[in-house]
Design a protein around this ligand. Sequence first.
Ligand code: C2E
Ligand code: MG
Ligand code: MG
Ligand code: MG
Length: 293
Amino acid sequence: QAKQKGGNRVQQFDVIHEQQAKASHQNLARVTQALADGELRVHYQPKVHLRTGKILGFEALLRWQHPEIGLIPPGDFLPLVEQSDLIVEIGNWVLDEALTQLEDWNAQDHDWSVAVNIAARHFQRDDFATTIRQKLQRHATLRPDRLDLEIIESVAIDNIHHANRNLDSCKAMGVRISLDDFGTGYSSLSYLKRLPAQTIKIDQSFVRGILGDHSDQAVVEAIIRLSLAFEREVVAEGVETWPQARMLMLMGCEVAQGFGVARPMPGPAVVEWARSFDIRRFSSQAPSKAVCA
Ligand code: C2E
Ligand code: MG
Ligand code: MG
Ligand code: MG
């Protein structure tokens, strides 16, 4: 009898599993269609130098402009997509969009860079470096060092041999590499030393607590010191207020990205935003004491 019960349970589980698989399949088909129908968008969020207010570049961030639902953030559909080869197609589409946009900015004398997030499944492919080389050739006016590839720290480290081959090839082309969401993985110091990444992006979860939480403060301080010791650039993500920015500068991190500077925006809005940007009006939504002195 017990065996039969167990058997039923397995059967029930199979049914649920099957339904989930079917739902995933349908959702993947929807995203594939969205790509084909031109419903995917790339928004851009600036990275700035806090002391001088210089705009250094923009991170490309994917959105889905759904005709009924509206703008869907990547967290709502990318995790599923990242489990299939569709992420390679979408990742290549984002790269093409971002490089076309960058070429346009550079032609207007804006000396910015563009950063593109690359998923593990995409990055680990044997043809990844070749794909990047071909894209750079297609956008021949671009300087390769204007392209920055953001790789999640844990992905780079999980596959360090494979990762290093692709990273080395990209580095040889002059493309830059950033370790994204740094501090959330399980980075060992020796790994960091071996990874040919030029930039480390401190995860926003630590930046959020930088003023109140002693352990967040300690983590941020340690990452900054580590980056400087290894001669890597360090960028703080998720900087929302001027007091956070000031604390980061005191700790030695001078480059920031976050809602305090600007929220991600559509490509055509960027040049106008840049024209009116003034670091002294950092986070004008924040209370007046947060305004740069
Ligand atoms: P990420 O690469 O770490 O990007 C930063 C995320 O933090 C973005 O969310 C951005 O909108 C958000 N953010 C920036 N400043 C602030 C702030 O001050 N406060 C808060 N609360 N959030 C801030 P988004 O656009 O929803 O993207 C989420 C994640 O999705 C990204 O994290 C990245 O891992 C992934 N992603 C986005 N676009 C792509 C893409 O084209 N390809 C791949 N593979 N992943 C992508
Ligand atoms: Mg990123
Ligand atoms: Mg990040
Ligand atoms: Mg993230």
